[in-house]
Design a protein around this ligand. Structure first.
Ligand code: FAD
Length: 321
């Protein structure tokens, strides 16, 4: 016989996941935001917009649109951000980088965004097209544009001179690959916040302890803005290996074990991906993390499942009178 009495004896219908002792939903559902990339083709555009429409009812705090490596998606990023502003109730945030542009050009882009009602910028240094780590495994080839903003902290200060934007910046729980040391990397984060950023979104990571240790070190450096974990649901382990190698993120051995034998089984990989990402968020929540930024890769279904498991739901339509 199945015992239907919840382990906590409260009589409340807590689900299997919520019965896990590391989980605590009492704080309510987390705040969420979603990241998209600008589409290259009409088919990709259709897929992106299907995803945006499906995720919109979850009422994310904001949705951000990336800026391609080397500044390669400039027009597409602008077009996508503007379309989100005009066609949805979502709050768009535009990623902007220092790459391949003068200060005057970047300031003009920022002014255009402000005039179009875009109030939130994710301000980044950006990478050269081959990424922050060169082919040899060494830190590869970033050189500031002559006349440009050299680093993200300079960009944040410049944007604040253009208008009073809300500004988010990047943070690295495992330290940015080009940083001289973890301490220097935290000093750099502090410089970005001192320049006017009010939130840091992290590079993706999988080991919850890595984030918690980073949060502790940040607190010791008197960093007191929200550090929002960047969550990457993984469906393609081979692709993850490439992405992680490019940005210096580590992949715990247990991740590999979870995806073992699933190369030809995309359906199961997706179920595993949703379950692992939800579990990662729940462990972070249980450690007092109230907010997550999801790297959606422009797909909605996994995110709907993960958010559902976290208690993030679309509001029910009002009953007809
Ligand atoms: P910075 O904060 O400028 O730091 C970069 C490196 O330079 C660090 O190692 C820092 O310690 C060092 N540094 C800083 N200041 C100085 C200085 N004065 N002298 C010497 N060294 C210094 N990339 C894109 O191209 N487009 C995107 O849309 C995009 N979105 C992202 C979103 C998130 C949430 C994250 C985490 C990353 C994103 N990236 C994106 C990647 C990002 O551009 C790279 O990680 C890049 O290598 C660093 O960007 P940053 O803004 O962290 O740089």
């Amino acid at each position: 016989m199945i015992n239907r009495t919840p382990a906590n004896g409260s009589g409340s219908p807590r689900g299997l996941l919520a019965a896990d002792p590391v989980s605590d939903f009492d704080a309510g559902p987390p705040r969420i935001s979603f990241e998209f990339f600008p589409p290259k083709t009409p088919e990709m555009e259709d897929r992106l917009w299907a995803a945006i429409k499906r995720l919109e009812p979850l009422r994310p705090r904001f949705v951000s649109v990336t800026y391609g490596a080397g500044g390669s998606t400039r027009e597409r990023t602008h077009a996508t951000v503007r379309r989100i502003r005009h066609e949805t109730a979502l709050e768009p945030a535009a990623h902007l980088t220092c790459i391949a542009a003068t200060r005057a050009e970047i300031d003009a882009v920022a002014r255009d965004y402000w005039d179009a009602g875009i109030r939130h910028i994710v301000a980044l240094r950006g990478d050269p097209p081959n990424g922050p780590i060169g082919g040899s495994g060494t830190v590869g080839g970033y050189a500031p544009h002559p006349g440009g903003y050299p680093y993200a902290a300079d960009l944040v200060a410049g944007l604040k001179r253009v208008a009073d934007f809300e500004i988010s910046v990047a943070a690295y729980p495992e330290t940015h690959p080009a940083a001289r040391s973890p301490g220097h990397d935290l000093d750099n984060l502090k410089a970005k916040l001192d320049a006017g950023a009010s939130r840091a979104i992290t590079q993706f990571f999988f080991d919850v302890e890595v984030f918690l240790r980073f949060r502790d070190r940040a607190a010791r450096s008197r960093i007191d803005v929200p550090l929002v974990p960047g969550i990457l649901p993984v469906t393609n382990f081979a692709q993850l290996r490439r992405m992680a190698a490019a940005c210096g993120a580590s992949i715990p051995a247990w991740m590999g074990a979870h995806f073992e034998g699933l190369d030809d089984d995309p359906d199961t990989r997706r179920l595993v991906a949703a379950s692992l990402a939800a579990e990662q968020c729940r462990r972070l929540q249980a450690n007092g993390v109230p907010e997550f930024h999801f790297y959606t890769l422009n797909r909605a279904d996994l995110l709907v499942a993960i958010c559902h498991l976290l208690g993030v739901r679309a509001p029910k339509p009002a009953a007809a009178a």
